[in-house]
Write a protein that binds this ligand. Structure first.
Ligand SMILES: CC(C)(COP(=O)(O)OP(=O)(O)OC[C@H]1O[C@@H](n2cnc3c(N)ncnc32)[C@H](O)[C@@H]1OP(=O)(O)O)[C@@H](O)C(=O)NCCC(=O)NCCS
Length: 207
């Protein structure tokens, strides 16, 4: 297994472009077996807009935290440290290295917080005793299986009770969540927007 050098940290506004690049790259790779090929292009085309919007959200998140308020969502990145001027250098036993992960070395992202997204109003409400939602957990393909996913999960959820929504037919993610104590709670339905009605379901963990 490749041993990645990385640090999990709250995302900064200046990370927005690299965060979105990692998120979109992971989404396109993850759902290629479920989505039509033309699904990818708009995701790429929207990346600049998504990054601009995210930069505002990240600034608000830090303002909230500085003011002692709990932000609606916290965002984390697994950042690979620059190495010899080459960000995101991959380390392999024996010291070899090559650039592998984006301009600011974001290997993966996570987003979580208490409170529902607007679109959840279309589904059965989440359990009242489990308000905390894991909203995003996405690794660049080359970082999967490296432990970065578990580390991001620990930062975003830790030992809390939590829930999440998962697009059906994503066995790796489902296995990861089951391993972390989640199970389907019966809520399910078509995913809207760019997901073209693909089936998704909710998983819940109580700790
Ligand atoms: C979900 C994710 C964060 C998990 O992190 P990871 O580093 O891949 O986690 P692991 O390597 O421990 O893999 C999880 C499990 O899936 C298993 N697995 C690996 N490849 C698999 C595959 N193709 N099919 C089914 N299971 C698979 C692993 O063996 C592991 O099982 P284990 O519990 O027996 O160890 C990561 O895979 C990812 O970012 N995937 C793409 C984006 C995504 O799907 N996000 C979630 C959206 S809801």
């Amino acid at each position: 297994m490749t041993h990645w050098a990385y640090r999990i940290r709250l995302a900064q506004p200046e990370d927005a472009e690299a965060y979105v690049a990692a998120h979109v790259t992971s989404q396109i790779a993850t759902y290629a077996h479920l989505m039509p090929p033309e699904h990818a292009d708009p995701r790429q085309a929207e990346a600049a807009i998504a990054a601009a919007e995210l930069a505002v959200d990240l600034a608000t998140m830090h303002d909230d935290l500085a003011a002692g308020r709990e932000p609606f969502r916290r965002h984390w990145g697994a950042a690979a440290p620059p190495r010899g001027g080459n960000p995101g250098a991959r380390t392999t036993p024996g010291g070899g290295s090559s650039v592998a992960a984006g301009p600011r070395g974001i290997l993966g992202i996570a987003c979580a917080g208490a409170g529902q997204n607007w679109w959840e109003a279309n589904f059965d409400p989440p359990p009242v005793d489990v308000p905390y939602m894991l909203d995003r957990l996405y690794l660049r393909p080359q970082a999967q299986g490296s432990g970065v996913g578990q580390a991001l999960f620990e930062a975003a959820v830790g030992d809390r009770s939590a829930y999440l929504w998962i697009i059906a037919n994503n066995p790796r993610a489902e296995r990861f969540y089951v391993r972390n104590g989640f199970s389907p709670d019966g809520a399910a339905g078509p995913a809207g927007g760019p997901w073209l009605g693909r089936p998704m379901f909710r998983m819940v963990r109580r700790t």
